[in-house]
Design a protein around this ligand. Structure first.
Ligand code: GLA
Length: 377
């Protein structure tokens, strides 16, 4: 739906002229399961958007409607409670902003999104960030992209109850058109990175049901915290590559493997920045392959379906490297592919993986975009 169509749909439903806000989904080139350890990530915002049309309604409630799902609900600003559905992201943002002293007042919101859901491209972060911008603007306030990301993450952590890191919300709020952003998740210092010339990123959905995702994610995070506690550091970010052998000697089992993943993955993000700066596509591709292996063997967040999809992608002409993306247990594989062979590679991977799973997987090529903003209807 275009911004103009969304504004028209808002007028038809609520009888007022809205302001419009949009926030993108994201890919992550490399740096997985490092954000909640204070480590490095290298995400980019992509041209899939969650849009929110919003106007004050003079009530003490948020009337929220999803054009995507065809659902509407009314949320009481004085008694925000979890309902166990998509409206929790909206309520969570309102509750977080109210707690931060933002005078959130009654409003109508119509939401529409083409960020694929359940594919690991952060449809929920896009929703949180778009709603944060909308409620802030209606309250006559503004904030920088860093603060917007922190509020959106707090909504997810404290209200929705998912202990995610900062990567998704930060990428959605602070994307750079035509590039990626390396984020130091401890200092929140962001360094823009140019995408390599002549190559693009392809996403192929494993179509695997993400059954284990939330419980296992929490368990991995707890393993990382347990490892940091044994080592006497604030987070695994404080363990450098040179300290790894000594650290591993003091850890066992899950926490040891998680530590090896986080330390090696942080080093891979820094190496990926160098490879991108030098236009070294094979080098960047190799780092992505190594990231997958580490996520599969040490972080233990892959699935046979993701391993097989990544293997198929790597064997496809034009592909420099491929890995599972996001929290794991489903979602997409991201592949670095030569621009001029991208369409053929996508079709070949869809055919080969489709044969293995008995249906054609969703796939798309990404264009990277700037972060969340208000837009004209
Ligand atoms: C999910 C979380 C992020 C990050 C990734 C793994 O996408 O929302 O914060 O931890 O998993 O890198």
């Amino acid at each position: 739906m275009s911004p103009a169509d969304l504004a028209a749909a808002f007028r038809a439903r609520f009888g007022a002229a809205p302001r419009l806000f949009q926030a993108p989904g994201r890919i992550n080139i490399i740096g997985e399961h490092t954000d909640y350890c204070g480590g490095f990530v290298l995400p980019a915002a992509i041209d899939r958007w969650c849009r929110v049309a919003a106007a004050p309604n003079g009530r003490a409630t948020l009337r929220v409607a999803s054009a995507t799902l065809g659902e509407q609900a009314e949320l009481d600003l004085a008694a925000m409670a979890r309902r166990g559905d998509w409206t929790d992201y909206v309520a969570g943002v309102a509750a977080t902003l109210l707690r931060a002293g933002v005078p959130v007042a009654g409003a109508d919101l119509l939401i529409e999104s083409d960020v694929p859901m359940g594919a690991g491209v952060s449809s929920s972060a896009a929703l949180e960030v778009a709603v944060t911008l909308a409620l802030l603007a209606l309250a006559g306030r503004s904030a920088d992209g860093r603060q917007v990301a922190l509020w959106a993450q707090a909504a997810e952590n404290d209200f929705v109850g998912v202990p995610c890191g900062i990567m998704d919300q930060f990428a959605s709020a602070n994307g750079v058109a035509g590039g990626a952003v390396m984020l130091d998740c401890r200092s929140l210092e962001a360094t823009p990175a140019h995408l390599p010339e002549g190559a693009t990123f392809l996403l192929v959905n494993s179509m695997a049901e993400r059954r284990l995702a939330s419980g296992e994610y929490r368990a991995r995070r707890e393993d990382c915290e347990a490892a940091a506690a044994v080592l006497g550091v604030a987070s695994l970010r404080d363990v450098g590559a040179a300290d790894l052998p000594a650290a591993l000697a003091r850890l066992d089992g899950g926490p040891a493997r998680r530590c090896r993943h986080v330390v090696s993955e942080n080093a891979r993000v820094l190496a990926a920045m160098k490879a991108m700066a030098m236009g070294d596509l094979p080098g960047l591709g190799r780092l992505m392959d190594q990231s997958h292996q580490s996520l599969s063997e040490d972080m233990e967040v892959s699935l046979p379906a993701l391993d097989s999809l990544a293997r198929i992608a790597r064997a496809t002409p034009g592909v420099h490297g491929a890995r599972m993306m996001g929290g794991g247990f489903g979602g997409c594989v991201i592949a670095l592919v030569d621009q001029d062979r991208a369409d053929a590679a996508m079709a070949a991977i869809q055919a080969a993986y489709g044969e293995a799973i008995g249906r054609v997987p969703d796939a798309f090529l990404c264009r990277t975009v700037g972060g969340a903003a208000e837009v004209r209807p």
